[in-house]
Design a binder for this molecule. Structure first.
Ligand SMILES: Cc1cc2nc3c(=O)[nH]c(=O)nc-3n(C[C@H](O)[C@H](O)[C@H](O)COP(=O)(O)OP(=O)(O)OC[C@H]3O[C@@H](n4cnc5c(N)ncnc54)[C@H](O)[C@@H]3O)c2cc1C
Length: 474
């Protein structure tokens, strides 16, 4: 008898419930992974993110080898094909029991239902495990049994439930005898996607992820609350790419934070509490896509906001994508994104509000571009962040709250260090001028004039949302 683990976005050996369950039997264990580039592209997963999956897969294969589990990785186009391949492999290797960790996006759930039905028909046992969030989506509900739509009460309920159990990561599986099956050659996996320039900034593998977590928890977490909003500082953990591919578990993050906070949830160090709060936002968005699957079909969370008459303007959209809007903080952020495949959270909010509320372009255009660029692209967090910024989402920023990019820049990059780093053409400007250079200075620096007027844009978005009240919010 042989047991198998189907890896997906949980590319690690440590604290992996599916692997842990498989390894708790005495049987030999095989690991499967299916790389589905066509499906990934349909989900707008960019090549940097795809290559990060490959790099983590290579590292996972080596880690699994050390505990006596060969990884069989196959490339197939789509989820449908992966399910068929899964059945073929299960039959070929006489698998009697398959374990996998749940995913919550709609296509992923359809794939898993299909796999469950095919395998059970073939008399292969299937066991799903809870991994992507600390608390299972569907388990944090209001007193009336409905899902939360607002973060603060969700958080309160979440903390109450979470603190009942000790947040203890699972021990790593012990080394077992390697079955007589060869793992897929690393050179073969390596060829599936070429490394992109941004991949050079992100060392892959869970060893690196845990190293970063330990270092953050030891040295920087206590200063998180004061530093997290300043993009020129190394104030946040930069763990999002590792959480997105599952090289790191959310439980390990929460455990590290609690350990640094003497296991206090809502007291103790403010930096640690604030970081835990962000991890709960991550949970909130994953629970939302599970409870409101329409979100996975491109729907706005607030149906009334589907009537907003966003403009189609490819020229303005390109200026935003290329970082040539004439708003230095926006352009610097967009260049950070295209270079690193990552953008600071404060600037994700600034650039998302700029696209939707200044350029008046549909949030889905921005959502798509971010997904294509981000190494940490995660449907739930990205959709949640975009709908928050566009005021169409759950517990979103109110429509009349429009970040003024210049004020944000003066506040969070006061001396212009971040702007100078990403826009060297503005290097010679002083810290008072750099946030909104005078027209002549822009010409001298070969930097564009602003493509939109802040006040005009704010008036337009307010009018549009106010007109909705009459139509659909009544
Ligand atoms: C428009 C927009 C798009 C976004 N797209 C993504 C995305 O595709 N993938 C993604 O992981 N995050 C996304 N975020 C959330 C957030 O910006 C990133 O998680 C964060 O910047 C990652 O950096 P970090 O690891 O240093 O975060 P830290 O500040 O160290 O936070 C720790 C972890 O908490 C989680 N987290 C933090 N803030 C949020 C948040 N607001 N929502 C959900 N989870 C959060 C992340 O997993 C993060 O790694 C988006 C936010 C906005 C406004």
């Amino acid at each position: 008898m042989t047991v198998a683990v189907w890896f997906r976005s949980d590319l690690r050996v440590q604290d992996n419930p599916a692997l842990h369950a498989a390894c708790s039997s005495r049987e030999q264990v095989l690991a499967f992974y299916f790389f589905t580039p066509e499906q990934f592209a349909e989900h707008d997963m960019g090549l940097t993110r795809q290559r990060f999956v490959i790099d983590n897969l290579l590292s996972l294969s080596q880690d699994l080898q050390k505990i006596g589990v060969p990884l069989l990785a196959e490339r197939c186009d789509r989820f449908d094909d992966s399910v068929k391949k899964l059945l073929t492999l299960c039959r070929q290797y006489g698998i009697t029991q398959l374990h996998f960790n749940e995913e919550y996006e709609l296509n992923e759930r359809h794939r898993d239902t299909q796999a469950f039905s095919l395998l059970t028909k073939a008399n292969i046992g299937v066991q799903c495990h809870q991994d992507q969030t600390l608390l299972a989506p569907g388990s944090v509900m209001t007193g009336q049994g409905s899902p939360y739509r607002v973060f603060t009460p969700f958080k309160r309920a979440w903390v109450q439930l979470a603190r009942r159990d000790a947040v203890q990561p699972l021990p790593a599986p012990k080394k077992r005898q390697m079955p007589d099956v060869s793992a897929t050659a690393l050179e073969k996996i390596e060829r599936w996607v070429k490394p992109q320039a941004a991949n050079a900034f992100w060392k892959a593998g869970s060893k690196e992820a845990y190293r970063r977590l330990d270092q953050f928890a030891e040295l920087r977490i206590e200063g998180y609350q004061e530093q997290r909003d300043f993009p020129a500082l190394d104030g946040t953990s930069q763990l999002s790419p590792y959480l997105a591919v599952g090289a790191l578990s959310p439980r390990a993050c929460i455990h590290a934070a609690l350990s640094a906070n003497h296991f206090e949830w809502d007291s103790g160090n403010p930096g640690i509490q604030t970081w835990i709060n962000e991890l709960i936002w991550r949970e909130f968005y994953k629970h939302l896509i599970f409870n409101f699957p329409e979100l996975c079909k491109g729907r706005a969370f607030q149906p009334a906001t589907e009537f907003v008459r966003w403009q189609r303007n490819p020229e303005l959209l390109d200026a935003w994508k290329n970082g040539t809007t004439g708003f230095p903080i926006v352009d610097a952020a967009m260049r950070q994104l295209s270079t690193l495949g990552w953008m600071h959270n404060r600037l994700r909010m600034v650039t998302a509000m700029f696209l939707t509320k200044h350029l008046f372009i549909h949030w889905q255009e921005g959502e798509r571009w971010f997904m294509q660029q981000l190494i940490d692209g995660d449907f739930a967090a990205n959709n949640g962040g975009w709908q928050w910024s566009a005021s169409t989402g759950a517990d979103a920023a109110p429509y009349f709250r429009v970040f003024n990019p210049t004020r944000q820049s003066e506040r969070f990059d006061a001396d212009g260090t971040f702007i100078r780093h990403w826009l060297p053409e503005l290097n010679t400007l002083g810290s008072r001028q750099i946030h909104d250079p005078a027209p002549l200075k822009r010409q001298l620096c070969r930097y564009p004039q602003p493509i939109v007027d802040h006040r005009v844009a704010v008036d337009r978005i307010k009018q549009e949302f106010q007109s909705l009240k009459g139509i659909a919010l009544a």
